[in-house]
Design a protein around this ligand. Structure first.
Ligand code: ADP
Ligand code: MG
Ligand code: MG
Length: 909
């Protein structure tokens, strides 16, 4: 333990760490080190490792401070040496920031403290040294405010209230009759510091700490403490970040963007994070500090002239007014802008990915404070990857791996119908912060979005003056987010883009009244519960509900899918029961149907009557009459499916569910059945009762139906074979696979196969023609998996039905899991819902064994999966490793599965 290194310094183009050490230094700390190493101006500092975070939770606050003290004091001396200032000194006080940083970026999750080291003496010294008392006191009041919020836990009293410090500021502004923070005088700021400290004393009972070292240890420990706060835990859960990782803490010399008109602070992206367009863009504020830009308190200005003009156009601001009131950085500080532009380009070329950067200009000198690979929407993700591939910055494999399978989902979402938009009532316009189309009832508080969803299943539009990390859960449960303040880099915008959620930000015309729960805008009044629609691509806000339509898939999407196909080994099929679904799946690139559930065809129109007649019949003769009615309908459906798949394989599963699912349980339905079949009502009622089972999922279903009523298998086989022969006769190739469900014993399958083969032979002899077909089975009963060697003697293919297989392997009823699953997840007994993410150690082992034993009997046995898991990226990866030939999933997940299949193959080496 003695020689563990806990602190890594950086500064003046040197660093003990580097960009590869994300695990130890966090993303922020690692990149601060790396930026130094590649010669970018970064204020000096040091990073305390993520391992110390675990020590903090193991040994407690005091012990960790003692462990850290020698190294931190030494590292602080290094900053002092590089800056010529001294931490805690009365004449030349060094001020620092204390920043958190996990391995994966968690924007807005943990708070940064700026200007630490400030106290009554330091403020005088800073004031004297800079000759700028206003700046000194502004820095001091910011420090007391941030430290009070983050370390001392000063909280708003109720949800309608602001932060207690903001309340004090607002009251002072009102008294002084000014609007902006920048209008406050030095004396105002002094008064604020005094009032803030009094508020702290009132609420916490303690004096605000004046000793810089006490402040520093308080802040460092608060960062570690924040790792376990509610919103950090929620963010980790949403993004699958393990709690064990911990956060690093970076302590860094302050540079000041609030020193006056020649100072500024800002954030920027090397490409457009919403659309992916290759233009440098971002926002800045003159005479501001830290997160003023993203906090949405003042309206930030654009960095480039082009961006500024676009912004003004969206806000209906004339050019003259824009140039006078909201000029771009490019116009205001051309030399600094040029340097910034060079740095962003350098960083993008160096990291070979879109960069999200944070910077501060202190009295005309540019300092970089952060860079990271920027979060982006699904659309931007695909465009940036394909653009960088064309630019030669990355190769094909990297481009494929850059695109996260689950995020493709956003591209498949509906967009507004153009005609509907043309006639919609626009009530205002904000910034197109995160694209998409959202419509829903208005709510004003995050918890109301949660409640609305829970109560009505309807996603709401969350309307806020500005959002904060506390709103995360509500944002997740909302259809879209609308804010009055904040720019393209505001909290709402960044988080919404990360979630792939539609967001319009900075709609400054909105007058939001939280107490009355109303919005007033341009003569309209919108109350809580009224519907509005948001266009995240244009920033327009419409009154009422605007109609949507399916998204078009752009050229870059097609290119990505082509590359996915090139690098994957697994094929992707779709689960489709109707010709319409099959066509959709074909368009998304499915190479076949892995599961057609024939029973889904039975619910349409009159068919249900025929199937009920079949079920309720007394004897084989009665059943055959009813089956005769179903035959032409099924044949027609199969023809449609075969045509839609144009020669790709189609797996048709024979009837599977327990029969009582089809019979009428209400009296009206039973009466109709009685009339239809011309029997007394009582007979129908008795029959329905006789079909009830204690455990229907383990009852009379699957191949047990076909083995007790062979005429059902006969009819279905005939429909399949005749359909295939008809389509083939029309000149289209057909590839038929007939699948027997719920086999646990090879004799069950043998019996079914005999019926299928003899029926097919009969059709062939009637038509004097032949086609190829295969007979295989689902592997969904654990016994089938362990006796796969015997089953493969009969089966020509296996398809893993992982829904039933999971249910039977774990002994969890899928329909009753709600009572214990949440608790199991919370207690860590289960890591995931096994019905969503394949249980590799249990179900996965059965799959591996079945593949191994099956191929032992039949060398080229084709194996696939058709459960819900077939479209879930980590399960697809498992299927690749298990050596399956294909996965099959719902049509809308086909692109996701194709990309996941490519990832699995590329990550294998
Ligand atoms: P987050 O993780 O939320 O992005 P950061 O640690 O990046 O938090 O801090 C937020 C902002 O605070 C930065 O973007 C920067 O503007 C400001 N900041 C942090 N450290 C310093 C510093 N040493 N000097 C000046 N500003 C700083
Ligand atoms: Mg922050
Ligand atoms: Mg930051």
């Amino acid at each position: 333990m003695a020689d563990v290194k806990r602190v890594y310094t950086f500064g003046n183009k040197e660093a003990e760490g580097n960009g590869k050490m994300r695990e130890l230094l966090g993303g922020k700390g690692a990149n601060l080190a790396e930026m130094n190493l590649i010669g970018i101006p970064v204020p000096p500092g040091f990073t305390i490792t993520t391992e110390v975070c675990a020590e903090y939770y193991r040994h407690g606050k005091q012990a960790v401070i003692e462990m850290l003290r020698p190294e931190v004091e030494k590292a602080m001396h290094n900053i002092e040496r590089l800056t010529g200032m001294k931490f805690g000194d009365a004449q030349t006080p060094l001020l620092v920031s204390v920043r958190s940083g996990a391995r994966a970026s968690m924007p807005g999750m943990m708070d940064t403290i700026l200007n630490l080291g400030m106290n009554d003496q330091a403020v005088e010294a800073v004031s004297k040294r800079t000759g700028n008392p206003r700046f000194a006191w502004d820095s001091y009041r910011r420090f007391v405010q941030m430290y009070g919020d983050v370390v001392l836990g000063m909280k708003p009293v109720s949800k309608e209230d602001h932060d207690p410090f903001e309340e004090i500021i607002d009251a002072l502004k009102a008294r002084r009759g000014v609007k902006n923070d920048t209008d406050l005088t030095t004396d105002d700021l002094k008064e604020l510091v005094r009032s803030f400290k009094e508020a702290v004393k009132r609420q916490t009972g303690e004096d605000f700490p004046a000793c810089p070292w006490e402040q520093l240890w308080g802040a460092v420990c608060a960062v570690f403490g924040s790792w376990m706060n509610e919103r950090a835990i929620l963010y980790r859960k949403l993004n699958n970040i393990p709690a064990e990782w911990g956060t690093a803490v970076s302590v860094q010399a302050m540079v000041f963007g609030n020193m006056g008109e020649n100072s500024a602070t800002g954030v920027a992206f090397s490409r457009d994070a919403a659309t992916g367009e290759n233009i440098f863009n971002g926002e800045y504020l003159i005479n501001a500090q830290g997160e003023d830009v993203v906090a949405g308190i003042r309206t930030p200005q654009q960095i480039t002239i082009e961006g500024s003009k676009r912004w003004a156009k969206a806000q209906n601001i004339p050019e003259a007014e824009r140039a006078a009131k909201y000029p771009s950085l490019e116009e205001v500080m051309p030399a600094v802008y040029k340097e910034l532009d060079e740095i962003q380009h350098h960083l993008e070329q160096y990291f070979k990915d879109m960069q999200d950067i944070e910077f501060t200009i202190q009295d005309g000198k540019l300092w970089m404070l952060q860079c990271r690979n920027g979060k982006r929407t699904g659309a931007a993700m695909v465009k940036i990857a394909m653009d960088m591939l064309r630019e030669g910055l990355i190769d094909e494999k990297t481009a494929v791996l850059r695109c996260e399978p689950a995020k493709l989902d956003e591209l498949l979402h509906p967009v507004f119908d153009k005609k509907a938009i043309a006639s919609a009532q626009v009530i205002t316009k904000g910034l197109p912060a995160s694209p998409g189309a959202a419509t829903g009832p208005v709510v004003f508080f995050a918890e109301d979005a949660e409640k609305e969803l829970a109560r009505t299943g309807q996603k709401a539009i969350l309307v806020r003056i500005e959002t904060s990390p506390e709103d995360l859960k509500g944002m997740l449960d909302a259809a879209g987010i609308l804010t009055a303040r904040g720019g393209m880099t505001s909290h709402a915008a960044v988080v919404a883009r990360g979630m792939g959620k539609c967001c319009v930000s900075g709609a400054g015309e909105l007058e939001i009244d939280y107490k009355a729960r109303t919005i007033k805008v341009n003569g309209f009044t919108v109350k809580e519960g009224d519907w509005i629609s948001l266009n995240g691509s244009t920033g327009e806000v419409y009154l009422g509900q605007v109609a949507t339509k399916a998204a078009d898939l752009s050229g870059d999407f097609g290119k990505l899918m082509e590359l996915a196909g090139k690098y994957s080994v697994l094929k992707v099929r779709a689960n489709a029961d109707t010709p319409k679904d099959a066509r959709q799946a074909f368009e998304f690139g499915a190479e076949g149907i892995g599961l057609c559930r024939t029973e889904h065809m039975f619910f349409e129109g009159d068919r249900i009557k025929a199937i009920r007649e079949m079920i309720l019949a007394d004897d084989e003769a009665g059943r055959r009459v009813a089956l005769g009615k179903l035959l032409p309908m099924q044949r027609g459906d199969f023809e449609g499916l075969f045509k839609a798949m144009n020669g790709f394989p189609v797996t048709v599963r024979l009837l599977d569910p327990p029969l009582h699912e089809f019979v009428p349980h209400d009296e009206k339905g039973q009466r109709e059945m009685a009339a239809e079949m011309n029997v007394p009502l009582q007979k129908i009622v008795a029959k329905v009762e006789s079909l009830a089972e204690f455990n229907p999922m383990l009852g009379h279903r699957g191949c047990r139906l076909g083995n007790t009523y062979p005429e059902i298998t006969e009819m279905q086989t005939r429909a399949i074979i005749e359909a295939a022969m008809n389509v083939k006769a029309s000149g289209m190739p057909v590839h038929v696979e007939i699948m027997v469900p719920l086999v646990g014993n090879h004799k069950e399958l043998r019996y079914q196969k005999q019926i299928i083969d003899s029926t097919a032979e009969q059709v062939f002899s009637e038509r004097n023609d032949k086609i190829e077909y295969m007979v295989g089975t689902m592997i969904e009963v654990p016994r089938a998996a362990v006796t796969a060697n015997q089953i493969a003697e009969v089966a020509e293919f296996f398809s893993f039905g992982t829904n039933d297989l999971t249910q039977m392997t774990l002994g969890f009823s899928r329909d009753d899991i709600g009572k214990f699953l949440p608790i199991y997840l919370e207690k860590g007994i289960l890591k995931n819902d096994p019905f969503q993410i394949l249980d590799r150690n249990g179900v996965g082992q059965l799959i591996r064994e079945a593949v191994f034993k099956g191929r032992g009997t039949r060398e080229n046995l084709k194996c696939g999966i058709c459960g819900e898991h077939g479209g879930e990226p980590s399960s697809v990866e498992f299927c690749h490793y298990a050596g399956l030939n294909y996965v099959s999933c719902s049509p809308f997940r086909v692109p996701i599965a194709r990309l996941a299949a490519a990832h699995a193959a590329l990550n294998q080496k």
